[in-house]
Ligand binder design. Structure first.
Ligand code: ZN
Length: 147
């Protein structure tokens, strides 16, 4: 199974509002950007119009360092969208970045490497100007040491 190759014509989610900003920044740069409060410097995700911590409305989008650890995952053995059938099974993963925010993406490694706290590199693959896939690549040195 190679989850990084996809058939043509596959469904693409349509983002809007602040989610569109999240994906547009990732698509333009290949790097995940997270909303950061200009008043208290708190990172937050998913993006909101008010800071979770201080209620400020002033934000900037800041590039993350690009690493994190697996917080949780779900392994899909069945898909409603038949375009993904050849990629089964695939893992939808929640990663906590070094900045302390959690977000969802897809694990690029073999499912046998999945484990809680596994260090991963985080990257964005631009699909179009308003959408990017978020990939979590296992940091191989850690997998080999534990495997
Ligand atoms: Zn704040």
């Amino acid at each position: 199974m190679n989850v990084t190759s996809r058939p043509a014509g596959i469904y693409r989610p349509k983002s809007f509002g602040l989610d569109l900003d999240f994906y547009a920044h990732a698509a333009a740069s290949g790097v995940v950007h997270i909303q950061r409060c200009e008043a208290c410097r708190n990172f937050q995700h998913p993006p909101r119009f008010l800071c979770f911590t201080c209620s400020s409305k002033e934000f900037q989008w800041e590039a993350i360092e690009g690493t994190g650890t697996i917080y949780s995952w779900s392994l899909s053995h069945f898909t409603i969208d038949t375009a993904w059938s050849d990629s089964l099974p695939y893992a939808t993963v929640v990663v906590e970045s070094l900045e302390g925010v959690r977000f969802v993406g897809t694990f690029s490694g073999p499912e046998n490497d999945l484990m809680i706290s596994l260090p991963v590199n985080i990257r964005a693959e631009s699909i179009d100007e308003n959408f990017a896939y978020i990939w979590f690549d296992p940091i191989l040195e850690v997998v080999k040491k534990n495997g």
